[in-house]
Design a protein around this ligand. Structure first.
Ligand SMILES: *[C@@H]1O[C@H](CO)[C@@H](O)[C@H](O)[C@H]1NC(C)=O
Ligand SMILES: *[C@@H]1O[C@H](CO)[C@@H](O)[C@H](O)[C@H]1NC(C)=O
Ligand SMILES: *[C@@H]1O[C@H](CO)[C@@H](O)[C@H](O)[C@H]1NC(C)=O
Ligand SMILES: *[C@@H]1O[C@H](CO)[C@@H](O)[C@H](O)[C@H]1NC(C)=O
Ligand SMILES: *[C@@H]1O[C@H](CO)[C@@H](O)[C@H](O)[C@H]1NC(C)=O
Length: 713
């Protein structure tokens, strides 16, 4: 029997031309009230739009807180591996340092690891799911295929949606699967752009799809059934580009299901959600899941808006047409007189507006995406400028628009509208710049990436990590432009796209270190994350281009090859979560719903005492809190770690307990403990609500960084 909860699915991004409330862009979101025993109704998804509208109206006041795995390879596998060394990948794996990298070899590209995805289905037969060089699944595999087309790459397809086949009618599940573990496919591109070899993060890993989302919804009970099946079938990693905003873990089917998964040693990667930049907007707040935010990669498919006043403003669009005449055309903004629908160019809203042959400005609303470009095209518009709203800020995306277009940031949009206002005959055109690589501002956190603080467990810092989730090219069921019938790909954005990048990273780590627990893999990823973009600047927030704060970026940007050799890990065994859950104030019965065994709650710990690779500390004036951490040596047997840097906001001191400033390990897998005391001094003025800092243990090549988030009560 299931509790009445609100399940808010975030399956993100699509480019099919449908009208709300079906799929739309990375804000594709469903709100489904599950039937309660009292028979609560299914609520339509308009709630989300209401919420968004209310957000917009108060947007001005938004506060923004501050060893080789020595197994034999067949000749074919070796060849596949060899070729991978020279891939011009369609970017995100190579952006993450996986090109020409010894880690690819030591991790065998994820060979032998099974990644299960709970998603919208999959497209068997897509070239990304060919099994060249992929060995048969391990003997433990008990899954099955409910569709023809399985092979050594795609080893399982199961459907939990009544009245449908497990094929992917959306595209989302095909895209996420190929991002995690797609086989290499040459000449992958969208409209000829971002051309290269498409490959997943762990190209030799196996894939299993659990279809838990229908066209309109993902229900909690169905997701739990899919999760249980994945555990039973024997997957090693679960990728969750779906999720719900919840307040108690015992009411969250995915938190409950995923706890059963870690009890079996299965690693979970979950999308942080696309509800940013609003704070406290996260999905997957449980500490046993890796919660993944979205960031940009160093590739753009650039289009530039050229205005009659000679100003040039860069934006993005995948559609680039050599035959387009770049002459100036009249510039119009259908929303100029305040008509909300026309400002967003919704269907029918342009019927009485003359946009024929003109460059049309449309505002990025809740669901504006490539589908909206059809409206402008049908109305006779020559080109389209999509201006971000204040919340979308400066995160722009290369959508598969159907006519010359450019998605520009909020500031650029204001500049275009200012020009429009300044003259009686405004003109503009779009210039195509093609695929640009090496964009130095990357990685940058996407404005839409959900942010902390963690509401279900304020003592655990979330999100945990950020990874590629903007303009990700991956497999798609059908051709976006209707021109090709074979290898089809699409570029979409969302934390749904970053989540499988981390699932694939975990597959590589698990293949290289089969003995690591899910918590150890998580720790390795978090303590080795990076904090600077390619231009050497602190990683920025796409919302406002300022350095991203800790509730936006978590531990930082994933660095897979560093995660392969972290030196030390913060390990957690499944039973360690029991005193933590009791410490959240849950009754033994409520804890039992999660851990599925008898619990007494005689022992409790504060949340922040869980052996987590980051700290979230709440302090009142004059308050002092002490927590301990235990680190396990997975680096060199004899190694001595010292604290290199330690930082905290003004008014707060952080002291590592006396006798703990140096940690000397003498053997592998040895565990050593240390204490950290956080104090907010009497009399010191702390005017902000949030603060951040970090400390780093170093020894030779190893650097183990733990971030601190502070909430001042
Ligand atoms: C699917 O059908 C089965 C059998 O008719 C039923 O028990 C189950 O509740 C249905 N599930 C959903 C999600 O409708
Ligand atoms: C993509 O790149 C390949 C290899 O460089 C090339 O042969 C092919 O023509 C390119 N395709 C497009 C559409 O640019
Ligand atoms: C342009 O003019 C309209 C009134 O016609 C005004 O509401 C809007 O704020 C102006 N936009 C800019 C960017 O100046
Ligand atoms: C592709 O074909 C479908 C079905 O005929 C049509 O609805 C859609 O608009 C087409 N897409 C493009 C980009 O032309
Ligand atoms: C570590 O150091 C100890 C003594 O300092 C020594 O006995 C031991 O052999 C060393 N272990 C390794 C693996 O070097």
């Amino acid at each position: 029997m299931f509790r009445a909860i609100t399940s808010l699915l975030v399956l993100t991004c699509a480019t099919i031309f449908n009208v709300y409330p079906t799929y739309a862009d990375e804000l594709k979101t469903y709100i489904v009230h599950l039937s309660s025993p009292e028979g609560q109704e299914f609520t339509p998804s308009h709630d989300r739009e209401e919420w968004y509208k209310s957000l917009l109206s108060k947007s001005a006041s938004i506060t923004h807180p501050k060893p080789g795995f020595a197994s034999k390879m067949s000749a074919e596998q070796a060849r596949v591996l060899e070729n991978m060394e020279e891939l011009h990948t369609t970017r995100s794996p190579s952006f993450l340092g996986l090109q020409k990298n010894s880690f690819r070899k030591s991790s065998n590209n994820g060979k032998g690891i099974i990644i299960g995805l709970l998603d919208s289905g999959i497209t068997p037969g897509h070239p990304s799911f060919n099994d060249k060089g992929v060995p048969p699944p391990p003997a433990k595999w008990k899954g099955k295929c409910e569709l023809p087309g399985c092979n050594n790459k795609l080893i399982g397809i199961r459907n939990f949606i009544n009245g449908s086949l497990p094929i992917d009618e959306d595209g989302h599940g095909t895209h996420t699967s190929s991002t995690a573990a797609g086989s290499p496919v040459d000449n992958a591109n969208v409209f000829g752009n971002a051309n290269g070899t498409a490959t997943g993060m762990a190209p030799l890993a196996h894939l299993a799809m659990y279809k838990v989302c229908g066209v309109m919804s993902c229900q909690g009970s169905v997701m739990l059934a899919g999760m249980d099946a994945a555990i039973e079938d024997g997957v090693d990693i679960i990728s969750l580009s779906v999720g719900a905003r919840i307040s108690k873990f015992y009411t969250d089917e995915l938190a409950i299901g995923s706890f059963a998964a870690i009890q079996q040693g299965i690693f979970l990667s979950g999308a942080a959600g696309n509800l940013g930049p609003e704070i406290t907007s996260l999905l997957h707040e449980a500490p046993w899941i890796l919660t993944v935010g979205a960031s940009t990669i160093d590739r753009q498919v650039r289009t530039t808006v050229s205005l009659g006043n000679k100003k040039l403003l860069d934006g993005e669009s995948v559609y680039q047409n050599e035959n387009f005449n770049h002459k100036f055309r009249p510039l119009v903004y259908p929303g100029k007189d305040g008509d909300k629908d026309a400002s967003m160019c919704t269907e029918g809203s342009l019927d009485h507006i003359d946009v024929k042959g003109k460059v049309v400005i449309c505002d990025q609303g809740l669901i504006i995406g490539p589908e909206r470009s059809m409206v402008v095209k049908d109305a006779g518009g020559a080109a389209l400028i999509i201006t971000n709203d204040i919340l979308y800020g400066e995160t722009i995306k290369a959508g598969a628009y159907v006519l010359p277009a450019s998605n520009v940031g909020y500031k650029e949009g204001l500049e275009i509208k200012k020009y429009l206002n300044s003259t009686c005959s405004p003109v503009a055109t779009i210039l195509f710049r093609g695929t640009i690589l090496g964009v130095k501002s990357a990685p940058q956190v996407a404005s839409f990436s959900s942010r902390g603080p963690n509401s279900a467990s304020p003592g655990i810092l979330k999100p945990d990590i950020i990874g590629p989730g903007v303009d990700i090219l991956a497999a798609w069921p059908n051709s976006v432009d209707n021109k090709t019938t074979k290898a089809t790909f699409n570029i979409i954005s969302g934390t749904s796209m970053s989540c499988p990048h981390l699932a694939g990273t975990a597959a590589l780590l698990k293949s290289a270190h089969p003995e690591w627990s899910p918590a150890a893999i998580k720790s390795a990823i978090m303590t080795t994350a990076t904090h600077v973009s390619l231009d050497g600047h602190a990683i920025r927030d796409g919302f406002n281009k300022l350095p991203a704060d800790i509730f936006t970026i978590g531990s930082g940007h994933v660095n897979p090859s560093k995660a392969n050799d972290p030196g030390l890990v913060f390990d957690i065994q499944p039973d360690d979560y029991i005193p933590y859950l009791c410490g959240l104030g849950y009754t033994p019965k409520q804890v039992q719903m999660i851990v599925r065994k008898t619990v007494s709650c005689l022992k409790t710990i504060p949340e922040a005492q869980l052996n987590y690779p980051s700290f979230a500390v709440s302090l009142t004036r004059g308050d002092s809190k002490t927590y301990s951490r235990k680190m396990t040596n997975v680096g060199l047997a004899n190694s001595t770690y010292t604290i290199k840097d330690i930082s905290a906001p003004d008014g707060v001191t952080v002291i590592v307990g006396s006798g703990f400033q140096e940690l000397s390990f003498t053997e592998m897998h040895q565990k050593l403990e240390y204490e950290v005391q956080f104090t907010w001094h009497h009399g010191d003025e702390v005017k902000v609500r949030y603060g951040q800092g970090h400390m780093t243990w170093v020894s030779g090549r190893y650097s183990v960084r733990t971030p601190f988030a502070f909430t001042f009560e």
